[in-house]
Design a binder for this molecule. Structure first.
Ligand code: CP3
Length: 359
């Protein structure tokens, strides 16, 4: 394939257009409910642990062949309906020169937190050249994946700001909220900077061949609706606007966001991700018409018996039966000690159960 006849992502001519995953995102009829899992690539898979041996997390994100292999592992093993690009939400920040690391068992740690107006200058624009390894990896991946869609992703401005302001993972987000309430203009400028960077990072992934994108606002559940509307939504909306013209589905996910589901839809997503705390039919009421939903089996359920997993899965599928579009997923990422066979069985179970329903 030459560079000129690259498949047009988002258009009906693209190789992935008729996949169950993209159909469900577009709220079209599907042959079966599509399935993928957040964090499907990673420590639950022995083949992942093997190829990652001795290679730090951030370095592994910069090696296109390794990224391709790790991204494909869960697709091969579980037969999921979509791949998610192996990377991390802090990769674009690292790419623009922020001194940070991902510490095993901890998460992203920032050497010098961002808390003042002078600190903002460290957040320069991201260009495609900063992440050439992402473009290269996605090119390799989409060739290997054929008709299986690749989901690109980024961290949403609030969640990225939380890591940058706190300096690392945080339970209460106290420095973040101190800035948000204490200096609203600096906060708005910080989120706007992050929206620019995030929008540019998602564009790179779509231009390289990603068929959909997910914006992870993992920690935004810590924010009340009025504050979300005032202090978070404008930046998230700016990210969705930045990639609207590509026509690829945009997914928006956060944890503990039951009170925010409607607002997260309004920010501009085509698909709203739901954690396990709100049943899918209630989530659909909160989000309103015109959006597909993604979710929402509690990842901890996978530690239970196969019968219990099936029963809880049936509950999710029953609650989702009347939805305009449903993508089956967990309510948050796969836990590292999950038995991978439980994920393979779950994928097959959802496919079989929902194919029967269509017939
Ligand atoms: O399969 C996939 O979903 C794609 C890979 C992916 C990773 N990080 C790989 C990773 C994705 C989508 C992310 C996004 C991410 N990173 C989020 C949003 C998703 C969510 O879980 O809410 C967040 C909040 C981060 C920040 C982050 N990076 C955390 C909290 C951790 C875990 C720290 C730990 O060790 O427990 C990371 C590291 C990380 N990112 C790992 C993986 C596979 C583990 C590192 C390893 O395997 O050594």
């Amino acid at each position: 394939m030459s560079a000129n006849d690259r498949r047009p992502v988002g258009s009906p001519q693209s190789q992935t257009y008729d996949s169950a995953f993209l159909k469900a995102c577009r709220r079209e009829p599907v042959p079966h409910t599509p399935v993928w899992f957040m964090r499907q690539a990673g420590r639950s898979l022995p083949e992942y642990l093997k190829v990652r041996e001795g290679i730090p997390m951030l370095e592994s994100c910069m090696r296109p062949e390794l990224v391709t292999e790790i991204t494909l592992q869960p697709v091969r093993r579980h037969g999921v309906d979509a791949a998610i690009f192996f990377s991390d939400i802090v990769v674009p920040l690292k790419a623009i020169g922020i001194d940070l690391d991902i510490k095993p068992g901890v998460g992203p740690v920032i050497a010098e937190p961002i808390r003042t107006r002078a600190d903002l200058a460290r957040l320069r624009d991201l260009t495609p050249d900063d992440v050439a390894y992402v473009t290269e990896a996605i090119g390799m991946l989409t060739r290997e994946l054929g008709s299986t869609p690749l989901i690109g992703f980024a961290g949403a401005p609030f969640t990225l700001a939380s890591y940058l302001v706190e300096g690392g993972p945080s339970r209460n987000h106290e420095h973040t909220k101190a800035l948000m309430y204490g200096d609203p203009q600096l906060w708005a400028d910080l989120l706007d900077r992050l929206a620019e960077i995030t929008g540019a990072f998602l564009k790179v992934q779509i231009e390289a061949g990603a068929s959909a994108v997910q914006l992870f606002d993992s920690w935004v559940g810590a924010i009340a609706p009025a504050d979300y509307t005032r202090s978070v939504m404008p930046a998230s909306a700016k990210v969705f606007d930045a990639v609207a013209s590509y026509g690829v589905p945009r997914i928006h996910f956060g944890v503990g966001t039951g009170e925010l589901l409607g607002l997260m839809g309004e920010a501009g997503a085509d698909v709203v991700g739901v954690d396990w705390r709100v049943p899918m039919d209630e989530a659909a009421r909160r989000v309103g018409p015109g959006k597909a939903l993604q979710g929402n089996l509690d990842p901890a359920v996978l530690f239970s018996t196969p019968d219990a997993v099936m029963a809880k899965t049936d509950e999710v599928l029953a609650a989702a039966a009347g939805l305009e579009g449903h993508i089956f997923n967990l309510g948050h990422g796969v836990l590292p000690t999950t038995d991978p066979d439980a994920l393979t069985r779950l994928t097959e179970y959802v496919h079989t159960r929902t194919a029967a329903r269509q017939g």
